[in-house]
Design a protein around this ligand. Structure first.
Ligand SMILES: Cc1cc2nc3c(=O)[nH]c(=O)nc-3n(C[C@H](O)[C@H](O)[C@H](O)COP(=O)(O)O)c2cc1C
Length: 364
């Protein structure tokens, strides 16, 4: 198990409707005041990262969406330590615009911005905004060039690049980002193409919620491939956290979320999500095997099973760490209250278990 403490990120609720496609009461708002306060609560609670989402049109009930780079900057301006990961979609963004925007934000925020390159799954969204829709693996080929271009622009003067999607000729970005060698590059997706890309160019691999075995299989595959490529990549896993004083209470909340799910929105999302992993040559990846219940949390966050008492959740987090997970990306029903509760009740137990694991290893 890694000696480093496992890290925590939370999903920025910058789209309306919260993180579950359900009519259950959610004391979570997508507005900027709510999000600023949440970011402050999160950094105090021990969260190191916040991840914004990028959506251009409504899907699964998320009727309103604030843009990811803009809200990331606003949250960085409202905090002191938190790193905010801005989601960026190749297609709508070009690498030169992304590199310039993020370098400026990095300068303004004392080096705290990061980026999540997402390859796209929502064909209806691309059609709506007039973006050509590429096949699954072509989307990843474009994302990989995007990342190579970002790194080149951020780290080199007179950068030249001749790809199938992007070209640069003696381009020098000034000023460069503050972070050296460059802001951290995350990516989202679980297909073979996603894992191959992570093993070559990304700093972090983000995947949907899954069982410990399902996560282990991905970690083993990525780390084996990365070793061959002489690259190292960290792994973050999504989880929808329901921490309550008793397991029965936590389970009851999950049941209520699912019972009050919006079937039309969930099924609409499920059918669009077939353009993700299921459309890859292997037919594997995010949502390829998701049930109706899984899809109610739109990144399969119930599957990770961080649902129960603080102790149960802490033990499961440490089990994830034992198979190579470096970060837990968490969503909540009532974000402000539950992020604070997580920091107070769950996180100290995780740190205790981590210390015990190190001590046991030292004795052995
Ligand atoms: C943690 C995480 C965050 C993501 N955020 C976004 C996002 O903000 N916008 C988006 O369009 N897709 C997002 N995605 C979707 C991925 O980019 C990708 O299209 C999807 O996971 C399917 O990938 P796969 O076919 O490789 O499994 C995210 C995925 C993950 C795992």
């Amino acid at each position: 198990m890694s000696q480093d403490n496992i890290k925590f990120a939370y999903w920025v609720p910058n789209v309306s409707g919260g993180l579950v496609v359900s009519k259950i009461e959610q004391r979570t708002s997508w507005d900027i005041d709510y999000n600023r306060k949440l970011a402050q609560i999160a950094e105090k609670a021990g969260f190191e990262y916040a991840l914004s989402q990028i959506r251009f049109t409504a899907g699964y009930g998320a009727e309103n969406q604030h843009e990811s780079v803009t809200i990331s900057h606003a949250l960085l301006a409202a905090t002191e330590k938190l790193k905010v990961i801005a989601a960026i979609l190749p297609g709508p963004w070009s690498p030169v615009l992304a590199a310039k925007q993020l370098a400026t934000i990095d300068q303004f925020t004392n080096g705290r911005v990061a980026v999540n390159i997402v390859s796209g799954w929502f064909k209806g969204e691309f059609r709506a905004i007039g973006e050509p829709w590429l096949d699954h693996d072509e989307r990843y080929r474009r994302s990989e060039e995007f990342i190579q271009a970002l790194k080149g622009i951020w780290t080199q003067d007179n950068f030249s690049f001749h790809g199938d999607f992007y070209r640069f000729h003696d381009y020098t970005l000034k000023p460069k980002p503050l972070q050296q060698p460059h802001p951290e590059i995350f990516q989202g997706g679980s297909s073979r193409a996603a894992r191959d890309m992570a093993s070559r160019v990304s700093d972090w691999y983000f995947t949907n919620g899954n069982t410990v075995e399902g996560i282990k299989a991905q970690v083993d595959d990525i780390r084996a491939k990365a070793a061959i490529n002489g690259h190292s990549v960290k792994v973050g896993v999504n989880a929808f956290v329901i921490a309550r004083e008793t397991e029965a209470e936590a389970r009851a909340v999950l049941q209520e979320i699912i019972a009050k799910a919006d079937p039309e929105a969930v099924n609409g999302f499920g059918s669009e999500a077939k353009n993700a992993g299921a459309s890859s040559p292997e037919g594997e990846g995010n949502w390829a095997k998701s049930t109706f219940e899984d899809l109610v949390q739109y990144n399969d966050g119930f599957k990770t099973n961080l649902i129960g008492t603080p102790k149960q959740i802490a033990e499961r987090i440490v089990a994830l760490k034992a198979v190579g997970v470096d970060l837990v990306l968490s969503g909540f029903l009532h974000f402000q209250e539950e992020v604070e509760y997580f920091g107070r009740k769950v996180l100290p137990l995780v740190r205790e278990l981590e210390r015990e694991a190190v001590a046991t290893k030292a004795v052995a």
